[in-house]
Design a protein around this ligand. Sequence first.
Ligand SMILES: [Fe+2]
Length: 126
Amino acid sequence: MADVKFYKCTKCANMFVKVLEGPCTPVCCGEPCEELVAGSVDAATEKHVPAVTREDGTIVARVGEVAHPMLDAHYIQFIALASDDRLEVRRLQPGAEPVATFADDGAENVTVYEYCNLHGLWKAEL
Ligand SMILES: [Fe+2]
């Protein structure tokens, strides 16, 4: 498991990721940001937990087991991969496939995150 921390401003649309861990909470608009807690168990019919597979030298992350909507009002805004020595973020747009691919460097501790504009942060371990 390679955890990274994501934060969201409570007043504006800014989101942050901690590239390196320090003791402080990021501040935006004069207030401490909210740390996003990633869900990892889907409840309802809509699926958010990334389905992550290794395929011929590539790590493929799909959201989710049933493809998530990619509408203007409801879509996956990013998919991120974190391992012990890597952090990569793919930003997605409405209309795109809710999928991201990453080079597979053989890392064992891999966590994939995704962020839905309505339902928040989710993660899965590879
Ligand atoms: Fe959603």
